[in-house]
Ligand binder design. Structure first.
Ligand code: LLP
Length: 497
């Protein structure tokens, strides 16, 4: 694959050209649609392939060409549960949870410390998924009273929970303290006083971490970066010492250490290393006033959404991040604290595949002379808001059969009444994709269902877990009755027609 600049359209083109073809006029090799392709997008050699980085390990093409996940065909899933449908591969979630656990355990024990892995429930929290990750030895981080109730409903021991949030209400804090939550990650001076009052009233002693902003700006979408100064989370480093001093005065609050999360969908370790370095400076200073047993470096480990994304393997991340902390501690002559991490996306992201049915296709002629293929599916921004929110990129494949057409640059769009309702902005799909075909969008396990809405009164899809040839609903799909349920005018007798 080469990228070539085409003078005819004045843009960069992604073209498939072998070394032998290099003397060709590349522009003449291109269909007009290719001129719309972003520079990073590669024309697949096989438009039916399933690049390993974006699919669960169990995803294969059966002998009939159909996509199968955990041994079940896309058609069987669609027939049983309808479309759209979010499929979660249980083994993929479990094996990624195990990989985080064992990699961080191994890395920490090399430096004589321990590492806890909290699954960041905001990525996708259901009682079933909570049980899977607990079963694999993880803890869970929740960030609202609602997530806390899901974890408790799953039977998770409150001591295994961490509670985040920049605006926890008094009622949420009371509930967390009352159930005996393991750790509250305090985010503001006001929250410290709320906790002081609650613990004084109840006599409880609550363990807390103090969230700080390290000032490291992760290289990710602005909305996904959380440790640069101008945002709402945590204490700026210069203010944190005072916050900790105040906590240390309060008998009902036990200071356990610092927390920092630099953002989300981050590749590599440089950001984590830099952040750890800055936070350790404060950690070392705080040791002069009392114990600082823990350090939590948050989550944010990136995953592949398209075949060009190349995430760092978990073992490597764990090894390098823990080594960086250990070096920072050695340089300051302090003990390596107990470490914790909060991956969300990297545990469930590639375990999820959304299956849609194609409703219409359209070739739209643009002013530039190029033609864009639009493929409309039966969901959209109500089940996957990430493309509209963050300009996120996804990939897609024809799922119900092998495509026989040439790769054609396509845009997969939803059924909502707005032009930004894009599911997959740019993807090469077989030119013969037609109404009634099933399309699968991989890497939709994280932050798709949690961000889902009822926009245009579209019911939210079910979540179905698959494993070893079996499938089960873990969150049922909404019905139109659900959609109408909160509208108190339904059934009113007057006719306003
Ligand atoms: N810890 C804290 C304190 C967080 O705020 C987050 C994510 C995580 C851990 C987990 O990050 P992860 O490992 O999943 O990247 N809706 C956005 C992502 C928002 C992330 C919010 N915080 C998206 O769809 O990309």
């Amino acid at each position: 694959m080469r990228h070539a600049r085409c003078p005819r359209i004045g843009g960069n083109l992604a073209v498939r050209v072998s070394a032998r073809d290099s003397s060709h006029d590349w522009c003449s090799l291109l269909s007009p649609a290719d001129s719309l392709a972003p520079e990073w997008l590669v024309v697949p050699d096989d438009v039916n392939d399933l690049p390993a980085a974006v699919w669960p390990a169990s995803a294969v093409r059966g002998a009939d060409g159909e996509l199968r996940i955990a041994g079940i065909s896309a058609t069987a899933l669609a027939e049983t549960y309808g479309t759209p449908l979010l499929v979660i591969d249980e083994d993929e979630v479990r094996s990624r949870a195990r990989a985080f656990r064992s990699s961080f355990d191994a890395a920490a024990s090399e430096y004589g410390t321990t590492a806890q892995v909290y699954y960041a429930g905001k990525a996708l929290l259901t009682t079933t998924i909570a049980r899977w990750v607990i079963d694999e030895g993880l803890r869970i981080d929740v960030c609202t009273g609602g997530e806390l109730e899901v974890a408790l409903a799953a039977g998770v021991a409150p001591a295994s929970l961490g509670f985040h949030g920049n605006n926890k209400s008094v009622a949420e804090l009371e509930r967390a303290v009352e159930v005996g939550i393991g750790t509250i990650i305090v985010d503001s001076a006001i929250e410290i006083e709320r906790l002081a009052a609650i613990t004084a009233r109840t006599g409880a002693v609550q363990r807390v971490l103090v969230r700080v902003i390290s000032g490291v700006h992760a290289e990710t979408h602005d909305f996904l970066a959380t440790a640069h100064e101008d945002q709402k989370f945590g204490f700026p480093l210069p203010d944190a010492e005072q916050a900790v001093a105040r906590i240390r005065e309060i008998p009902g609050i036990e200071f356990a250490g610092l927390h920092c999360h630099i953002g989300s969908q981050i590749f590599g370790v440089a950001g984590f290393r830099e952040s750890a370095e800055r936070v350790l400076e404060l950690h070392a200073a705080l040791l002069e006033g009392g114990p600082v047993p823990q350090l939590n470096l948050g989550g944010g480990f990136g995953i592949a959404y398209t075949s060009v994304d190349d995430p760092t393997p978990i073992e490597m991340l764990a090894g390098e991040i823990v080594a960086a902390v250990a070096e920072g501690c050695a340089a300051r002559g302090i003990a390596v604290p107990a470490l914790s991490f909060e991956p969300g996306r990297a545990i469930v992201g590639t375990a999820g595949v959304t299956i849609y049915e194609v409703g219409t296709t359209k070739d739209v002629a643009l002013d530039t002379g190029a033609t864009r293929r639009y493929i409309s599916v039966d969901g959209g921004m109500s089940d996957n808001a990430r493309t509209a929110l963050y300009e996120a990129q996804f990939s897609a494949r024809l799922a119900s059969r092998l495509g026989s057409g040439e790769p054609q640059l396509s845009r997969v769009v939803g059924k909502h009444c707005e032009s930004g309702d894009i599911v997959v902005d740019h993807e090469y799909l077989p030119a013969d994709v037609s109404p009634g075909d099933l399309l699968a969008v991989p890497s939709t396990g994280a932050y798709c269902a949690p961000l889902a809405s009822n926009y245009n009164h579209v019911p939210r899809p079910p979540i179905v877990a698959v494993r070893d040839g079996r499938s089960a609903i873990i969150v049922r799909g909404e019905t139109i009755a659900d959609v109408l349920a909160r509208d108190v005018g339904v059934g009113a007798s007057e006719n306003h027609g």
